[in-house]
Design a protein around this ligand. Structure first.
Ligand SMILES: [Zn+2]
Length: 258
């Protein structure tokens, strides 16, 4: 719901991310994509590869759907050094440039388990969270529905249902363990939980339209297909995962339409 963001002084469109296109090739990327070619969602966190060195091309640029780096396995980070702090800093900069409130590393083409967010966006700098190797250890049965956008899906918005509360274990940029209880009945806290879960999905190779109800997905089909066509025409031969075709309605009515 847009009011979530409006309540926090956001613009009416809540961009969990937004930004320009790009292709960032890194040593990390090669490593991660080379991991058996499995989609990230099929790989358990403990089984993901580990990186000891972070490298990326500058300036960072936002990877747009359906770039396969958004579906690739994201490596666990084992280098708590200046490069990690620098990558997080550059991610925060690009997130603010596009009026986003959260960004995950695969969205800038770096397939590692790192996310940044600030529920207030660039309007209140200083409220950034940097989470390294986060894991959801518990999620509530209570669900909440809210409207989301994504920097990797320009101009696409839709309601997504998620658990309201999650318990998260992660590390900070120094490698120190942190534990977070996100969510609750407070609207701002629920919003932070939603942002976290959206970004966490990116680390699992899950994208927000994967979670949309069929009618919400259908309302965005045209724009999603347009993004797919744009990617395919500028990246011929790169295999991409496209949205499934609309489910055919049963009965004569549907046949008559065709
Ligand atoms: Zn996103």
């Amino acid at each position: 719901m847009r009011s979530l963001g409006v309540g926090l002084g956001q613009s009416s469109k809540l961009l969990i991310q937004t930004h320009k296109q790009a292709a960032v090739s890194t040593g990390v990327r090669t490593h991660a994509v080379g991991f058996g070619q499995k989609a990230a969602k099929d790989v358990k966190v403990k089984d993901t590869p580990v990186v000891d060195k972070l490298e990326w091309e500058r300036p960072l640029q936002i990877v747009k759907y359906p770039d396969p780096r958004l579906r690739a396995v994201n490596a666990r980070i084992n280098c708590f050094d200046d490069s990690l702090v620098q990558l997080a800093k550059e991610m925060i900069e690009i997130m603010y440039q596009d009026d986003g409130v959260g960004l995950a590393a695969p969205q800038v083409g770096v397939n590692v388990r790192l996310m940044v967010f600030n529920p207030y966006g660039s309007e209140k700098p200083g409220n950034e969270s940097i989470l390294v190797n986060p894991e959801v250890v518990e999620s509530s049965r209570i669900k909440g529905t809210g409207e989301e956008g994504c920097l990797s899906f320009p101009k696409i918005y839709g309601e997504v249902e998620r658990p309201r509360d999650v318990v998260v274990h992660a590390q900070n940029e120094k490698g120190e363990p942190i534990s977070l209880n996100l969510g609750g009945s407070d609207i701002n806290q629920a919003w932070i939980s939603r942002i976290f879960q959206h970004e966490y999905d990116h680390l699992q190779g899950v994208l927000f339209h994967d979670r949309m109800r069929p009618n919400v997905l259908e309302s965005n089909r045209k724009q999603l297909v347009a993004l797919e066509e744009a990617f395919i025409s500028s990246n011929p031969g790169v295999p991409v995962k496209r949205i499934p075709p609309p489910k055919a309605a049963k009965g004569f009515g549907a046949m008559a339409k065709r």
